[in-house]
Design a protein around this ligand. Structure first.
Ligand code: NAP
Length: 309
């Protein structure tokens, strides 16, 4: 019987592990299929406090892992397929043929940015293909870039990127933006943003180093193809929170994000907490996920000591 099982080893999971381990709760982390989470797919992280010279995403995650393990957190490779709550209030987690029992569970399974599904796409992540303008935008100064998508995220990313890039193509599959009116108007009024309507990217073109140098566009009205030179592609076609395995233990919004008790990391099920991107479609930053991981650990600790309120 575990005191606390943390599902996920991104920023939220490791921070929850550091706090619960230091509280002598001997946490067990289950790593999931992408140990280290989304930051392992980025290059340099310049906005995580405490690293004035920046730090590579994978290195930051290795340091978080080392810090959690230093205080005794245990990590097992397991991809949790289901969580059930027993009549006694404890949880049973199933992962393949393994099963785990815990008094509290922290869900820190993150969200996966959606991609177009083009051949070779996964290998280009971090080589001119990214889903995070806040993380990677500053690397592309005075060069053209593109954003794919027509929602609030795409508009926000495109606006942000105009601080650095010489030009931002906003490639959208329809001829009107899905984004809220104010965001759409601001984006279309920005002289550095050039919308490319009714179009989708059909191919990423790379240079001899394997970095993105251009994309092939397909016009969805007349099927015509063209090529634009871009140093980076920012894909902003939505995220999918990794919350599908929780059944009705949690409430979710229409996009699958876990609903927390307002201002807390508690969910509707006592003893079950959610932290980071699996419950946050709004900030989606490493540091906000870490903050929620800390909050979930403190809440789990209070729950276990009978002081939850
Ligand atoms: P979203 O609203 O779901 O928009 C996704 C966009 O990607 C849509 O324009 C969609 O096209 C396009 N798209 C989806 N699949 C595609 C594909 N396979 N190929 C090409 N294009 C594709 O996602 P989001 O922009 O990430 O926003 C998610 C939620 O967060 C929304 O509720 C949004 O309002 C909120 N948000 C708010 C703010 C803010 O208020 N500051 C900032 C960011 C996000 P269609 O339009 O044709 O469907």
């Amino acid at each position: 019987m575990e005191n606390v099982i943390i599902i996920g080893t991104g920023c939220a999971g490791y921070t929850a592990a550091i706090y619960t381990a230091r509280a002598s709760l001997n946490p067990l982390l289950l790593s999931g299929t992408q140990p280290g989470g989304q930051l392992t797919t980025t290059t340099e992280v310049e906005n995580f406090p405490g690293h004035p010279d920046g730090i590579m995403g994978p290195e930051l995650m290795m340091k978080m892992q080392a810090q959690a393990e230093k205080f005794g957190a245990r990590i097992a490779w397991a991809s949790v397929e289901s969580v059930e709550r027993k009549d006694d209030g404890n949880f049973i987690l199933k992962a393949g043929s393994d099963s785990y029992e815990a008094k509290t569970v922290i869900i820190a399974t993150g969200a996966a940015p959606r991609h177009l599904g083009l051949p070779g796409e996964q290998k280009l992540i971090g080589h001119g293909l990214t889903s995070c303008a806040t993380c990677d935008g500053a690397f592309y100064r005075d060069v053209p870039v593109c954003v794919i998508g027509g929602g609030d995220s795409a508009c926000e990313e495109a606006d942000f990127l105009t601080r650095f890039a010489s030009k931002v193509y906003l490639i959208h599959r329809r001829d009107t933006l899905r984004a809220s009116k104010i965001m759409a108007e601001r984006t279309l009024a920005n002289p550095k943003i050039q919308p490319v309507w009714n179009s989708t990217v059909s191919e990423y073109l790379t240079d001899e180093k394997g970095e993105v140098r251009a994309v092939t566009l397909k016009n969805l009205v007349d099927s015509g193809e063209s090529e634009i030179e871009v140093a980076c592609v920012f894909v902003a076609i939505g995220h999918t929170p990794n919350s599908g395995f929780l059944g009705d233990l949690v409430d979710k919004d229409e996009n699958g994000y876990i609903l927390q008790v307002p201002g807390r990391t508690a969910t509707k099920t006592p003893g079950l907490f959610a932290a980071g991107d699996v419950a946050d479609h709004y900030y989606r930053q490493a540091i906000t996920a870490a903050g929620q991981g800390c909050a979930s650990a403190l809440e789990a600790e209070r729950y276990l000591s009978g002081h939850a309120h």
